[in-house]
Design a protein around this ligand. Structure first.
Ligand code: C5P
Length: 402
């Protein structure tokens, strides 16, 4: 049951919009309240009157309507909901969401919302497969936006392929499963580290590594989506900030350690950052010049603090469940087992980052979860799926010990 949960349904302009009155009816039947925003193009496929009748509420369809703005502004509309559902999510609306455009009520509400969002894409197969749409989908996924469908089948345009909107019943299942998981970590504090660190050589050069931050950011998003109050301490990355997460940006390992210690206490800590092990012993205050004909001076290095190990030895401030990663290029599980003990953490997620695996910078990851009882081999999954599976395991463990 949806227990009076408030769902803001955004109906964009695709033929699948004709199925949305049924979705509104199912949400109501399951005990939820649907409020509808209809785009101008959506209004060509389903009438405001139909949606108003099934939702029992005004249908909002004009950003510049003064009565609606004074009655219920676009910011208020998006904040008042527990969940925003976009169905059908057209290629155009997905592109606007990815780019942060806001030129009508639907896109403005989506940009203004701080609430979780589920999209149900629907479009022609070629539009779905277009690199632009796939790129936008990845951007939206990385922000923690969930996606239900599309499905394969006959299309209204006469073609066959991926792009049919998920059926209203399946969208309802996605909404219900979202609410089932969304409160599992409420009241828990989580700390996640992500990305590489940059260790300055001089004002323009630094030592770093190839970590993209994709896995760490996805973990922070998944923990926040389950209701954890999540702090993400991130080295320099190009990843968008995950929804509902407090992001603290740092450069060096020492900055990262300070930010982590300030974020304590935490019930959960996941150290996914690829922290540089060493830093230049002396950071030059001016750009180092090369002297023609002279050999470069050797660079002395100092060891960086080990953040995971420091958290593991933090006494009564030690996070209740402490999880590290082990990026290895050989003997992956054996090394992870040793690392778990030496760093004082509870679990290690071991992954093979040999160049042929494409893990560094890629979208997929093959993980082995090593804990005190042994090893669990996970199948190759997207980094987002690894994050969701990990968040589920964390919630299960905390529920079992509560
Ligand atoms: O020793 P290694 O770098 O392989 O350990 C990996 C694990 O330790 C990761 O969880 C990483 O985030 C963490 N780590 C850390 N601080 C360091 C080095 C590694 O937190 N200086």
């Amino acid at each position: 049951m949806l227990d009076n949960k408030r769902i803001l349904l955004i109906v964009a302009g695709g033929i699948a919009a004709y199925k949305t009155p049924e979705l509104v009816r199912l949400i109501g039947k399951a005990g939820g309240q649907a409020r509808v925003i209809l785009t101008r193009a959506g209004g060509q496929f389903v009438t405001p009157m139909t949606l108003a009748s099934v939702s029992g509420d005004t249908v909002y369809d004009d950003l510049f309507s003064f009565t609606e703005e004074s009655d219920m502004g676009h910011i208020q509309l998006s904040r008042d909901a527990d969940l925003v559902v976009v169905a059908p999510a057209t290629a155009d609306l997905m592109a606007k969401m990815a780019a942060g455009l806001a030129d009508d009520l639907a896109s403005t509400a989506l940009l203004a919302t701080d609430k979780p969002v589920i999209i149900a894409p629907a479009m022609n197969v070629r539009m779905w497969e277009h690199p632009a749409t796939q790129h936008n989908l990845k951007t939206l996924n990385a922000r923690g936006i969930r996606c239900v469908g599309p499905e394969e089948g006959d299309m209204a345009c006469g073609e066959y392929g991926m792009g049919r909107m998920a059926e209203p019943g399946d969208i309802l299942v996605a909404i219900q499963s979202f609410f089932r998981t969304s409160d599992r970590l409420i009241g828990r504090r989580a700390l996640v580290t992500s990305g590489p660190t940059h260790e300055a050589i001089d004002p323009v050069r630094y030592i770093a590594n190839r970590s993209s931050g994709k896995q760490g950011h996805a973990i922070a998003a998944a923990l926040a989506a389950m209701g954890a109050e999540t702090t993400l301490v991130s080295g320099p990355t190009n990843q968008p900030d995950p929804a509902g997460v407090q992001v603290i940006r740092v450069q060096s390992a020492r900055n990262m350690l300070d930010a982590c210690e300030n974020a304590l206490p935490a019930d959960i800590a996941v150290c996914a950052a690829a922290v540089a092990d060493w830093r230049p012993a002396d950071e030059a205050s001016r750009k180092m010049k090369k002297e023609p004909g002279t050999a470069p001076a050797p660079m002395a290095l100092d060891e960086n603090p080990d953040i995971l190990r420091t958290l593991g030895a933090a006494g009564n401030k030690r996070p209740g469940l402490l999880i590290g990663f082990a990026a290895e290029t050989g003997a992956v599980v054996e090394n992870a087992q040793k690392k778990r003990l030496s760093k004082g953490c509870d679990w290690i997620l071991a992954n093979d980052v040999s160049s042929q695996t494409g893990t560094f910078g890629g979208d997929d990851n093959t993980v082995h979860l090593v804990d005190k009882d042994g090893v669990e081999n996970w199948p190759r999954l997207s980094k987002v799926a690894v994050a969701e599976k990990l968040a589920d395991r964390i919630a299960m463990t905390l529920e079992a010990s509560a």
